[in-house]
Design a protein. Structure first.
Length: 158
C-alpha cells in the first residue's frame, strides 16, 4: 500500500492536489496551490526540508485559512495546514490527538509574540501528537520564559 511521506514537499503537494481536482468539481486544489510558496528549511531542523508557506489570508492567530469543501459537499472554512493534512490523510487526525508543527521554534515563539511565529504559515510540517504532549510543550515554554523574566528582574534590582 502506498503511504505518503510524513512531510510532503512542494512537488508532491502540487501533483496530489491536481490529481484530486480531476476527481473533484470544486477545484479546491488549484485554489490552494495558488496560495502557497516554497520557503526555507527551518535552521534548527534542516532534515524536515523546506517549509511550504501559506500566502493567503491568516486567521487572528496567524495561521492560514482556506475555504474548502467538507466531505458532505458543504463549503467550510479550514485552517490551511489542517485542510492539506486531510488531503493526504483522509482518515483525519486520530481521536485524542491534535496536529503539531514540527518546524515550531519554541525559542522564537514566546506566548507574548505567538502570532508572529515563523511556523504559523507553514502547511506541510505537521504531525499528530497527543493533546497532553502538545499542551505540555506550551506549558514548559511558558514556565521557562517566566523563570527568565524573574531572573532578569532580580538582576536589575541588584
Amino acid at each position: 500500500m502506498f503511504r505518503f511521506p510524513d512531510y510532503p514537499d512542494y512537488d508532491l503537494i502540487v501533483k496530489h492536489l491536481r490529481y484530486l481536482d480531476v476527481r473533484n468539481r470544486y477545484k479546491a486544489g488549484a485554489r490552494f496551490i495558488a496560495k502557497i510558496e516554497i520557503g526555507e528549511p527551518p535552521w534548527y531542523a534542516p532534515q524536515l526540508g523546506a517549509c511550504i508557506l501559506w500566502t493567503g489570508a491568516p486567521d487572528s492567530k496567524g495561521y492560514g485559512v482556506f475555504r474548502g469543501v467538507s466531505p458532505e459537499g458543504e463549503s467550510k472554512l479550514y485552517s490551511a495546514y489542517l485542510w492539506l493534512y486531510h488531503q493526504f490523510h483522509p482518515e483525519g487526525v486520530p481521536e485524542g490527538y491534535e496536529l503539531h508543527h514540527e518546524c515550531h521554534d519554541e525559542w522564537r515563539c514566546a506566548p507574548q509574540i505567538a502570532k508572529d511565529c515563523p511556523h504559523r504559515p507553514c502547511v506541510n510540517h505537521v504531525r499528530p501528537i497527543t493533546i497532553r504532549e502538545n499542551r505540555s510543550r506550551d506549558t514548559r515554554i511558558a514556565q521557562r520564559l517566566a523563570r527568565q523574566e524573574l531572573r532578569a528582574r532580580e538582576y536589575v534590582q541588584l
